[in-house]
Design a protein. Sequence first.
Length: 171
Amino acid sequence: MLGRIISANLKLSHLSSLGISILQFILISAKKAPEQVQSLIEQTRQQVVDPNNQINVIELIEKIIIYKFPHHETAIRWRQSIMLGVHALKQLYELDDSQWLEETVSLLRNHQFQQLDLEHLIEKLSREAQLFVGWVSALRNIIGRWVSCFNRSAKAHGRSPTTELRKIFLI
């Protein structure tokens, strides 16, 4: 009854605010709910900037599903629908690493933390950190060897290494 009154008087299908969309979601049939969840989650991510508030709204949507559709199958479809964004990003990681990285950076910049592929992000950051440490170590070795060779060469020619370095770097 409430659903017919709201739908008839407010013509909810033409409005786009998150609150109205949540009201529409409360009135939706169990058959349409799983498809509508993803749209509602995306709308939440676009309209709610604060990540903590996003989590609260998504938890509200989850509670609506649990109370309105207590059937196990609906809850499973809802959770699958919520996770679609993360799964799509995980698949993108496997297909195109650079595109995955661009998408991940975009999600981070837009504070869409729930959509992040954390498993691959942690793996990527860990790998990049190890590579960076390796490069720094290699660079230290190269510079150390260069300085040793330079010192030996300067001393072999009877010159001061410090004076030679000042000439090279115009100090």
